[in-house]
Design a protein around this ligand. Structure first.
Ligand SMILES: CC(C)(COP(=O)(O)OP(=O)(O)OC[C@H]1O[C@@H](n2cnc3c(N)ncnc32)[C@H](O)[C@@H]1OP(=O)(O)O)[C@@H](O)C(=O)NCCC(=O)NCCS
Length: 192
């Protein structure tokens, strides 16, 4: 099984795994983003962080998952000032293929500046170029227009729509969209 990326660079961003030294600001960031993440990232580990000690435990879990080759949690930091702008998740969805899933969030202070698209583009490219990906997919809510835009701009195809599969805290019911990009499609995109 190929090793998952532990660091990546883009024009504006450096992406890297977290270390225990990140725990203090990660806890502050998680608390600040709680309501921003509640609707579409309710299961995100950041949602369970209430203290620096919680953040240390979460970062340790991220490290274990990375060391086991199951997943990579990469913080995206602006190159010009080192400020955290978001996070990209890479998970192994099928080790035999290999196939991967990506996920992400943007810090609420840095929305709509193209950072998530830029970071996720680098992650997807690394999976095809360095990790032998045959397929990279993502799931998002059918009311999450920003996430749908990211999937579409990555060149992913909308492969499925699971209708009305969840109820939110406000009582609304939404469904889930499945997107995927295959190796040959990525290579054709690169050739263009
Ligand atoms: C989804 C999310 C990660 C997008 O982050 P972002 O950094 O603001 O996204 P980008 O700036 O890279 O923009 C990506 C695209 O979405 C569009 N977009 C961003 N926010 C939008 C919004 N609120 N409504 C409509 N479109 C939006 C952008 O215009 C851009 O589209 P374009 O390429 O056609 O111009 C961010 O809103 C977020 O963290 N949401 C909460 C967590 C979440 O939903 N995670 C994903 C779960 S699948």
């Amino acid at each position: 099984m190929p090793t998952l990326p532990s660091s990546l660079s883009t024009t504006r961003l450096n992406l890297r795994r977290y270390t225990p030294a990140d725990a203090a600001w990660y806890a502050t960031m998680a608390l600040r983003n709680r309501s921003h993440l509640a609707r579409h990232e309710g299961d995100n580990a950041a949602m369970k962080i209430n203290s620096e000690a919680d953040a240390i435990a979460v970062i340790q879990e991220f490290g274990k998952e990375s060391d086991a080759g199951n997943a990579a949690f990469l913080g995206a930091f602006r190159r010009e000032d080192g400020i955290f702008v978001g996070q990209v998740y890479i998970g192994v969805s099928n080790a035999n293929l290999p196939g991967y899933l990506v996920g992400y969030f943007c810090d609420e202070a840095h929305l709509r500046q193209g950072y998530t698209f830029e970071a996720t583009t680098a992650a997807v490219a690394a999976l095809f170029r360095e990790c032998d990906a045959q397929r990279v997919g993502l799931w998002c809510d059918d009311s999450n227009i920003a996430s749908q835009r990211i999937a579409e701009r990555l060149g992913m195809r909308r492969e499925g729509h699971v209708r009305s599969d969840k109820r939110h805290a406000d009582g609304s019911v939404t469904g889930s969209l499945c997107y995927g990009l295959l190796r040959e499609e990525f290579l054709a995109q690169e050739a263009r």
